[in-house]
Design a protein around this ligand. Structure first.
Ligand code: NAP
Length: 367
């Protein structure tokens, strides 16, 4: 039997990274860009110095809000990437633009934190990591939930055998919005639908849990099946469910949607009990306490495990900066193989429900 691995992390002092703060530039000024910029203010080892937008007005508005100097306020992404004061970029365009801007940022020698999903599909992800490797820069998919300390706690509970042998995981991330043809959540051209927008979290968590049960950072499923409802106009998934079977016997039930409210929790069932994760995707992203509930088999009541954390996006940015300053090419909490395995599983889930984006039909790049 393998020695169980703890949640991977880089064991370098925060002070080493804080000594030379990473200078961040934000590429695209949409909704999550503002959230990340606010989170960065609490980071110990990085600071926001620049922004780039397709529109000068948008760049100026964002710069004023986040105190970015006029000299680092760029009316194009190209100009941001040419800014010598920027060490790392955070890419927060819609999913279909990730691949192009990761490639260009890597060519410009910038380290890259790119929003999830890293690409539209596994083939795009392979090309993106190859570009980062060629350029010698760090590339990480921004799965911020991995940096909350509850993840290390969940992994250690599984490693310690608190749940016995893990059998089943249920992971859901879903919400309801009304159909809007132009919204990136509903548009085929924008890679809309639940699976890519938030179903990716449910798959990521399931692979993490199956991996922890095998003493590994993650596992990839050997079988993926699913069912989904596609929008009659845009063809993206309104809601979908999937089943992932792993080689160690763990089965995951995943569910998602952009048109259906569901209970966004994770439950992990083992022979010795089960764990409820009420806030797997972190409702209080500005930091604070949240709880896990461990139901040990035969116990009258669950144990509440309270976990304190700092602001989520600062935790993510600090882990990224540690990797850059340590001179490693991967952030251990979110490795390239982990991202690529997730993209491959998402491709299979989409294939199971018959969802192929129009751009993929042209490119013939999804199996
Ligand atoms: N980690 C998280 O917590 C989290 C949360 C939400 C979203 N996300 C991810 O972040 C990405 C962006 O999501 P969002 O909700 O911030 O989207 P959004 O509000 O629509 O913003 C996207 C931005 O991308 C830029 N852009 C570049 N090309 C574009 C195009 N062809 N169409 C529209 N916008 C374009 C625009 O910025 P400029 O006009 O400045 O160029 C736009 O404001 C998605 O991949 C999503 O999955 C992550």
């Amino acid at each position: 039997m393998e020695t169980p691995a703890a949640a991977p992390t880089l064991n370098i002092p925060e002070s080493a990274a804080a000594a030379r703060p990473l200078r961040w530039g934000i590429l695209a000024t949409g909704r999550i860009a503002g959230v990340f910029a606010t989170g960065l203010k609490s980071a110990r080892s990085g600071r926001l110095v620049a922004v780039g937008s397709r529109s000068v007005d948008s760049a100026k508005r964002f710069a004023a809000e986040h105190r970015i100097k006029p000299g680092n306020t760029h009316g194009s992404y190209e100009s941001l990437l040419a800014d010598p004061e920027v060490d790392a970029v955070y890419i927060s365009t819609p999913h279909p633009q990730h691949a192009e801007w990761v490639a260009k940022a890597a060519a410009a020698g910038k380290h890259i934190l790119c929003e999830k999903p890293l690409g539209l599909n596994h083939p795009e992800g392979v090309v993106m990591f190859a570009a980062a490797r060629r350029a010698g820069v760090v590339l990480m998919e921004a799965f911020m939930y991995r940096f909350h300390p509850q993840i290390a706690k969940i992994v250690s509970l599984i490693n310690e055998g608190a749940l016995g042998t893990v059998g089943l995981v249920q992971a859901t991330f879903s919400f309801r919005t009304d159909y809007q043809a132009e919204s990136r959540l509903w548009s085929n051209a924008a890679g809309g639908g639940g699976i890519l927008d938030v179903g990716c979290y449910a798959v990521s968590m399931s692979r993490l849990v199956a991996g922890a049960a095998a003493g590994r950072p993650f596992l990839d499923p050997v079988e993926v099946t699913g069912a989904g409802v596609l929008h009659p106009e845009s063809g993206v998934d309104v809601y979908a469910a999937g089943t992932l079977k792993f080689g160690n016997g763990v089965i995951a039930q995943v569910a998602t949607g952009v048109g259906l409210t569901q209970e966004n929790v994770v439950r992990i069932y083992g022979t010795g009990g089960w764990l409820l994760v009420p806030s797997p995707w972190i409702k209080n992203r500005e930091g604070g306490a949240l709880s896990l509930f461990l139901h040990r088999a035969g116990a009258a009541a669950p144990e509440e495990i309270v976990i304190e954390a700092g602001p989520l996006y600062a935790l993510e940015a600090d882990a990224f900066a540690r990797a850059v300053r340590a001179g490693v090419k991967e952030v251990p909490e979110m490795s390239a193989d982990d991202t690529l395995g997730n993209l491959a599983a998402l491709d299979r889930w989409r294939a199971a429900i018959g969802l192929r984006y129009e751009s993929e039909k042209d490119a013939r790049n999804v199996s």
